[in-house]
Structures are given as structure tokens and as C-alpha cells.
Design a protein around this ligand. Structure first.
Ligand code: GDP
Ligand code: IMO
Ligand code: MG
Length: 429
């Protein structure tokens, strides 16, 4: 029996939320270990739609949800999300939601700095979600973050806010943005503290107990390998590591607890925000994918850029992410296409390469090398068994497996929880 860690293998929005929700019925605890409310995970259960940003997807099936120390938490966004899902009938209490006492908080000044910096970058903007994720992680490593446990210590809060404002107001003023007063920050934290503190606990201790008691843990990644701050398309990335190795440090368990690494890949590719995207389509084929796949960002509503499945990128993600098996999602979006293509390598300055280059200049110069095959007319939407899939769709899946060097162990054929085909139970290792 093993734990499972779910990560995205492209640029996010692969359907991690749907797969985590589906797997949650086999788990006891679901843990978020990085990112923040830049994530947007949509789950559809019996026609009811849940949109989660910070809350672990396992709460939808009544499992314990954990926000580990590697996450950055905007307390106001968290309370808003708890209110929203409670109105939908979910039960979120300190018994069902555990938040690490050591999470760094995202404050209104972080969002303000994120947006002011993006505006100042002009043509070189990253296309962030504007939610203060980058500035909050910067404060964490700069050792000036206000963490959840500080809210219970008014004496330390005072001098921490002084230090924080010295830094942030200097930057905000330099960028021509509004600055913050100590009173504003103190009153904001004073109001939020009693609402959020009841969820605070030593998560590492409770998870250690759970591991010893043989409980099954499902680690829920946000974003994806190509947005990883070390392994992605830097600087067009998010500010956290997104690979499976981080599930351990981001929740306070040992590295052996990560278990089976399930990489989620969409049957084509999408990206929100700026940055290189070799297999991007600018024609009606790309528009068709966007339309049929409803490719609009959950967090910002921006249309997602669409392109062919890039096997070279996913192979990279499989290797650095330590992926044991792939859950391939949105196969149904390709239904009815005359032809489908896969990016099998790149051309860079007249030479063939089979690895994504590291420099952003080279990444934006590569041209995709495409392999094209016949599509399928039959529908895969809603299929719940391998036997229901048309031969040509199976051929497409098999070719992807060959190219990325990992088996497809799960297939998703619609947004609905149960429209999922299991080939190998990841909890069985
Ligand atoms: P995440 O960020 O990785 O959790 O993915 P998002 O929730 O942001 O985006 C995935 C979108 O695709 C959501 O609207 C899901 O409801 C939807 N979705 C997930 N799996 C499938 C699938 O197999 N087929 C179709 N058509 N939609 C899917
Ligand atoms: P989920 O978990 C897709 C992108 C942003 C931007 C870059 C940096 O739903 O897959 P940030 O606000 O993190 O500093 O923005 O990262 N981004 C995502 N794109 N899905 C996500 O999460 C994302 N989270 C961040 O669009 O390009
Ligand atoms: Mg998303």
C-alpha cells in the first residue's frame, strides 16, 4: 500500500482537481504542499461544480484536507472559499481542515506589489495571476514573512510588520503604487486572526502519526512542472517548486512518503500567461481545441493558449518529476478531428534537438517537429472502459506512452468525476 502524489506535467490546468477528487475516495487525507490561490481546480460531481483554489480537493469527498507549510495562504481568500463551499454543502471545520502553523501569509500588500511590478514590466510581463504569490514566497526566503503562528503572538507581530513595511513601502512607492500603514496591516490581521487561527496545527506531527497508523495520503500538486521555478520555462514560471519531491518538504514528511507519482497530462497542451510554447496553434484548430475544451482560466478568466500535445516537454516533466504513471485527461476534446499531431522534438537554428533548451531565448526560437496521424470520428466523451475507446484513440494514447517513457495508468473522458478509466490503481504502488 502506498501514498500517491499528483503533479501537473505541462503548464497547469491539466485536470489535477478532477483526478485528485476521483482518487480521494481511496485516500484518508489530501494534502496541498505548494502554491497558493493562483491554482484553480474545477471538480464536477453529479452535475454540481466546485471551484477550489486553496482548499484541498479531498474535502469534496469528505476527506481530511491539509494545507502544508509549503503553501502560501491568503487568509481572506481562504475564508471566502470556505464560505463558498460551505454554501454548497461541504463541511469545513478544524477537524476536517488542518493548516500548518508555519505557512507564510499573503497580505494585501503582496497582491499590490505583484500587480504594480507586472504593470512596470510592460512587454516583458510574466502574466501572473496578480494574487501576490511571488512576493509572498520572496518574503518567506528573505525571512520577513508573517506566518500563521505569528497571529497568536501580538508582540512579535508589531516588529515584524515594521520590517515588512520598510521593505514593501519602499518598493511600492518606487513603483508609484499606494503604500500601506502599520495600522492598516495590524487591523487587517486583527480581524482575520480569530477566523483562521482555529485551523492552525502542527501538520507535520499529525501527518507523521497518520503515516505510522497506515493511513493513505494523497498529495495534491498545483501548477505544473513547466511552471516550476527551477525546472520550468523560467522566468515565465510560478514562484514555487511543483515537482513531486516537494510534496515531502512542503508538508513535513520524509521523502519516502511521496509514494506513487501520478503525472497529469492533457491530451493536447494549454498555457495561461506569457512565455514560450513551441506547439502553440494560432489557427482554427487551436481555437477549436479552446472552444471544445472550454479553455478559460478558472482564476483570471483569461483564454488559455492551445496547441498540440508536446511529448518532448512531457518526457522532460516525467524525468524531473519522477513520474511513475500518467493520467491522460480531455481525450474527448480531440473527438471528431480529422487529424491529430504530436510534437516529437524541435528544430533549433537548423538542428534537430530532442530536449527542451534551458535559455528563454532558445526556448522561444525552437520550432516544433510534428508527427501527424489520423484522428477518430467516434466519441470518447463519457467512456468508462478501455473497450469503449475507438482503435485510433488507443493508437494515439499508445504513441504518447512510447514517446514520453511512462505508462498511461488513468484516462479521463469528461469533467464528471466518474467518467474515468482506471488501468492501474496508483495506491497499489
Ligand atoms: P487543474 O488546475 O489541473 O485542476 O485543472 P482545471 O480545473 O483548471 O482545468 C481543467 C478543466 O477541464 C476543468 O474545467 C475540468 O472540469 C475539465 N476536465 C477535466 N478532465 C476533463 C476531461 O477528461 N474532459 C473534459 N472535456 N474536461 C475535463
Ligand atoms: P493550476 O493549479 C495555470 C501561471 C500564471 C503565470 C505564471 C505565474 O490551476 O494548474 P503566479 O501568479 O503563480 O506568479 O503566475 O504561472 N499559473 C498557472 N497557470 N494553472 C495554474 O494553476 C497556475 N498557477 C499559476 O498564469 O503565467
Ligand atoms: Mg487550474
Amino acid at each position: 500500500m502506498s501514498n500517491v502524489t499528483v503533479i501537473g506535467t505541462q503548464w497547469g490546468d491539466e485536470g489535477k482537481g478532477k483526478i485528485v477528487d476521483w482518487l480521494a475516495s481511496r485516500a484518508d487525507i489530501v494534502v496541498r504542499f505548494q502554491g497558493g490561490h493562483n491554482a484553480g481546480h474545477t471538480l464536477v460531481v453529479g452535475g454540481q461544480v466546485y471551484k477550489l483554489s486553496l482548499l484541498p480537493s479531498g474535502l469534496v469527498s469528505g476527506k481530511i484536507g491539509v494545507i502544508g507549510n509549503g503553501v502560501v495562504v491568503d487568509p481572506q481568500a481562504l475564508m471566502g472559499e470556505i464560505e463558498r463551499v460551505t454554501a454548497q454543502g461541504l463541511v469545513v471545520t478544524p477537524e476536517t481542515l488542518w493548516i500548518a502553523e508555519t505557512v507564510p501569509l499573503i497580505l494585501p500588500l503582496h497582491g499590490a506589489l505583484d500587480r504594480a511590478r507586472e504593470a512596470a514590466r510592460g512587454d516583458h510581463k510574466i502574466g501572473t495571476t496578480g494574487r501576490g504569490i511571488g512576493p509572498a514566497y520572496e518574503d518567506k526566503v528573505a525571512r520577513r514573512a508573517i506566518r500563521l503562528c505569528d497571529l497568536a503572538e501580538p508582540e512579535t507581530l508589531e516588529w515584524k510588520i515594521d520590517e515588512l513595511l520598510l521593505h514593501h513601502n519602499t518598493l511600492l512607492a518606487g513603483l508609484g503604487a499606494e503604500t500601506f500603514t502599520k495600522e492598516q496591516v495590524l487591523s487587517y490581521l486583527g480581524e482575520i486572526a480569530p477566523k483562521v487561527l482555529p485551523y492552525a496545527c502542527p501538520v507535520w506531527d499529525r501527518l507523521d502519526e497518520a503515516v505510522r497508523a497506515g493511513k493513505r495520503i494523497l498529495f495534491e500538486g498545483a501548477q505544473a512542472v513547466m511552471l516550476d521555478v527551477d525546472h520550468g520555462t523560467y522566468p515565465f514560471v510560478t514562484s514555487s517548486n511543483t515537482i513531486a519531491a516537494i510534496a515531502a518538504s512542503g508538508s513535513g514528511v520524509g521523502p519516502k512518503s511521496v509514494g506513487f507519482v501520478l503525472g497529469i497530462a492533457k491530451a493536447y497542451t494549454t498555457r495561461v500567461g506569457e512565455g514560450p510554447f513551441p506547439s502553440e496553434l494560432f489557427d482554427d484548430v487551436g481555437q477549436g481545441l479552446g472552444k471544445r475544451g472550454h479553455e478559460f482560466g478558472t482564476v483570471t478568466g483569461r483564454p488559455r493558449r492551445c496547441g498540440w500535445f508536446d511529448a518532448t516537454l512531457v518526457r522532460h516533466a516525467v524525468r524531473v518529476g519522477g513520474v511513475d504513471g500518467i493520467a491522460l485527461t480531455k481525450l474527448d476534446v480531440l473527438d471528431g478531428m480529422k487529424e491529430v499531431s504530436i510534437c516529437v522534438g524541435y528544430e533549433l537554428d537548423g538542428k534537430h534537438i530532442d530536449r527542451f533548451p534551458s535559455s528563454p531565448a532558445a526556448q522561444s526560437r525552437v520550432k516544433p517537429v510534428l508527427e501527424t496521424m489520423a484522428g477518430w470520428n467516434e466519441t470518447t466523451a463519457g467512456a468508462r472502459s478501455w473497450a469503449e475507446l475507438p482503435a485510433q484513440a488507443i493508437k494515439y494514447v499508445r504513441r504518447i506512452e512510447e514517446l514520453i517513457g511512462a505508462p498511461v495508468t488513468l484516462l479521463s473522458t469528461s469533467p464528471e468525476r466518474d467518467d474515468t478509466i482506471l488501468m492501474k490503481d496508483p495506491f497499489e504502488g
